[in-house]
Design a protein around this ligand. Structure first.
Ligand code: HEC
Ligand code: HEC
Length: 349
């Protein structure tokens, strides 16, 4: 009964949850970091504050820009002093629903993820978490905000508080109710063009895309939160793969192989688990707002959706760990166009 009252309250109070979340599962908040308006506002400020970087030039929003689908439009992310990393900045939209964070899943929560970019020498470039705290502790506006949100004095602010606020803000970056959602979950057949509707069928059947970019019966995150080798950067590992497997067998550390930063990046999930079969595996990314977040893949190596579709059509790059769900698809020109029209229908309002 109380639940029903809540539903009615939400429906009639102007917060039209049901509508704005069409196509998404319910959002659960961690018990030790519940949402408050003040915390979200503080997190938003931290997310956008360039002073929280070694040279005052970079904020989270530099690489996760609202008008670029919370990515940055670059092939590889660019941090302080123009330094280029080894990976493409993914969107942080709907990150609230991810089970692990980063393309190799090395972080287990948004709170755990949020501090890593500050300490990454190529991104914000700060020395340690104390330095993050010191940069804002003396600022009266921050002092007041931390006091209101966490009921603490300035000398009690820790990196964990900063992480919690940023994570709370990120949990508000939710995108659903796309043309696809209104067509599929809202059962309004006028929402997709004929071409996009055919593309949806290809996505689920012939293309086998939904095998990894999941569509459930009542919601669709377009990720199953699992890791797959689809071969994108596998060429970079060709010359070292035998040595790597050898070292693995002999129990020698990977550091003994002097791999380049690019090769290390291409190891993907293996860097987290140390299991050989995880070599070159990456998290299946969400495809919501995909038309806004070019270029694509963890290395930003594909500039257009047409290029991505062509890649899957040829069956990916052969390598010993290529996933069995990646195989030549023999799409016709029309099928490729339909699939692309479908991917274009995933933009949220
Ligand atoms: C220099 C550019 C840059 C900056 C600055 C940056 N990021 Fe990122 N972000 C990236 C890249 C690149 C990745 C993917 C790296 C990887 O997975 O190894 C990423 C990944 C993420 C993810 C994981 C998304 C997923 O799909 O799992 C989240 C969440 C995130 N960043 C939030 C933040 C927050 C919060 C900040 C500020 C504290 C921040 N980023 C600052 C470039 C940046
Ligand atoms: C075996 C699992 C699997 C299948 C099947 C699959 N994908 Fe993917 N997809 C992935 C993974 C994993 C990535 C990330 C790979 C990387 O970054 O190197 C990805 C990346 C993408 C991207 C780029 C996302 C971004 O933000 O950069 C698009 C677009 C995409 N897939 C569309 C499709 C389409 C369309 C199909 C069907 C023709 C498909 N996928 C089939 C697992 C899969």
């Amino acid at each position: 009964m109380r639940f029903l009252i809540l539903i009615f309250y939400l429906l009639f109070s102007g917060i039209v949850w049901a509508d704005s979340l069409l196509g998404l599962p319910p959002l659960t908040m961690p018990a030790d970091n519940l949402q408050t308006v003040e915390k979200i506002m503080l997190g938003k400020r931290l997310f956008n504050d360039k002073r929280l970087s070694a040279d005052g030039s970079i904020s989270c929003a530099s690489c996760h820009q609202a008008d670029k689908g919370f990515a940055d439009g670059l092939k590889l992310a660019k941090g302080i002093k123009g330094q280029i990393g080894t990976r493409n900045a993914p969107t942080v939209m709907n990150a609230a629903f991810f089970k692990t964070f980063f393309v190799d899943g090395r972080s287990k929560s948004l709170e755990a993820q949020a501090l890593a970019p500050f300490l990454n020498p190529i991104e914000h470039g700060l020395k340690n978490s104390q330095e993050i705290v010191n940069l804002l502790r003396d600022e009266p506006e921050y002092q007041q905000a931390f006091k209101i949100v966490f009921k603490i004095n300035p000398d009690e602010i820790t990196a964990a508080h900063i992480a919690k606020a940023i994570a709370s803000f990120e949990r508000t970056l939710i995108g659903g109710n796309s043309d696809f959602d209104r067509y599929y979950f809202g059962r309004d057949k006028t929402q997709l063009s004929d071409s996009a509707a055919r593309g949806l069928r290809i996505f689920r059947r012939k293309g086998n895309c939904a095998n990894c970019h999941e569509i459930s019966w009542n919601n669709a995150l377009f990720t199953d939160n699992r890791f797959y080798n689809i071969g994108v950067g596998s060429k970079a590992l060709e010359t070292v793969l035998d040595k790597l497997l050898q070292a693995q067998k002999q129990g020698k550390p990977i550091t003994s192989l002097n791999l380049t930063p690019q090769q290390l990046s291409e190891l993907g999930r293996f860097n987290v688990t140390g299991i050989s079969s995880d070599i070159g595996k990456f998290k299946s990314p969400t495809l919501r707002n995909i038309a806004l977040t070019a270029p694509y893949m963890h290395d930003g190596s594909m500039e257009t959706l047409a290029e991505v579709i062509e890649y899957y059509n040829k069956g990916g790059n052969k390598n010993p760990f290529l996933d069995a769900a990646i195989f030549p698809l023999n799409f016709s020109l029309q099928e490729k166009q339909d699939l692309e029209a479908f991917l274009q229908s995933l933009n949220s309002e």
